[in-house]
Design a protein around this ligand. Structure first.
Ligand code: FES
Length: 68
Protein backbone atom coordinates (compact mmCIF):
# COMPACT_ATOMS: atom_id res chain seq x y z
CA UNK A 1 0.00 0.00 0.00
CA UNK A 2 1.23 3.46 -0.85
CA UNK A 3 1.93 5.83 2.03
CA UNK A 4 0.72 9.06 0.46
CA UNK A 5 1.72 12.19 2.35
CA UNK A 6 0.43 14.75 -0.12
CA UNK A 7 -2.69 13.62 -1.93
CA UNK A 8 -2.84 16.73 -4.14
CA UNK A 9 0.46 15.83 -5.78
CA UNK A 10 0.60 12.11 -4.93
CA UNK A 11 3.86 12.42 -3.04
CA UNK A 12 4.71 9.40 -0.92
CA UNK A 13 6.46 9.29 2.42
CA UNK A 14 9.59 7.64 1.01
CA UNK A 15 9.96 10.55 -1.44
CA UNK A 16 9.94 13.02 1.45
CA UNK A 17 12.51 10.92 3.34
CA UNK A 18 14.65 10.63 0.22
CA UNK A 19 14.59 14.43 -0.16
CA UNK A 20 15.75 14.81 3.46
CA UNK A 21 18.40 12.10 3.51
CA UNK A 22 19.78 12.21 -0.01
CA UNK A 23 18.99 15.70 -1.25
CA UNK A 24 19.63 17.44 2.07
CA UNK A 25 16.19 19.03 2.43
CA UNK A 26 16.13 20.92 5.74
CA UNK A 27 12.70 22.53 5.83
CA UNK A 28 9.27 22.68 4.26
CA UNK A 29 10.40 24.94 1.42
CA UNK A 30 13.13 22.47 0.44
CA UNK A 31 10.55 19.66 0.45
CA UNK A 32 8.21 21.72 -1.73
CA UNK A 33 10.96 22.52 -4.21
CA UNK A 34 12.32 18.98 -4.43
CA UNK A 35 9.15 16.86 -4.30
CA UNK A 36 6.31 19.25 -5.19
CA UNK A 37 4.50 18.24 -1.99
CA UNK A 38 2.48 20.90 -0.14
CA UNK A 39 2.08 23.03 -3.25
CA UNK A 40 -1.68 22.46 -3.45
CA UNK A 41 -4.19 22.76 -0.61
CA UNK A 42 -1.54 22.83 2.14
CA UNK A 43 -3.31 20.17 4.24
CA UNK A 44 -0.23 17.91 4.34
CA UNK A 45 2.03 20.53 5.98
CA UNK A 46 1.76 19.00 9.48
CA UNK A 47 2.56 15.52 8.22
CA UNK A 48 5.62 16.79 6.31
CA UNK A 49 6.82 18.71 9.37
CA UNK A 50 6.50 15.52 11.44
CA UNK A 51 8.62 13.60 8.91
CA UNK A 52 11.16 16.43 8.90
CA UNK A 53 11.32 16.38 12.70
CA UNK A 54 11.73 12.60 12.83
CA UNK A 55 14.47 12.53 10.25
CA UNK A 56 16.44 15.50 11.47
CA UNK A 57 16.22 14.27 15.09
CA UNK A 58 18.09 11.05 14.29
CA UNK A 59 20.88 13.09 12.69
CA UNK A 60 21.46 15.28 15.72
CA UNK A 61 21.32 12.27 18.03
CA UNK A 62 24.47 10.73 16.61
CA UNK A 63 27.40 11.10 18.96
CA UNK A 64 30.95 11.67 17.87
CA UNK A 65 32.92 8.90 19.60
CA UNK A 66 36.04 11.10 19.55
CA UNK A 67 34.38 13.62 21.85
CA UNK A 68 34.45 11.23 24.86
S1 FES B 1 -2.39 17.34 0.34
FE1 FES B 1 -0.48 18.28 0.02
S2 FES B 1 -0.96 20.17 -0.87
FE2 FES B 1 -2.89 19.20 -0.65
Amino acid sequence: MKDIVCSCNEVERHEIEHAIKVKSAKNLNDIKRITGANTGCGKCRGYINDILAENTKTETKSVNPNSW
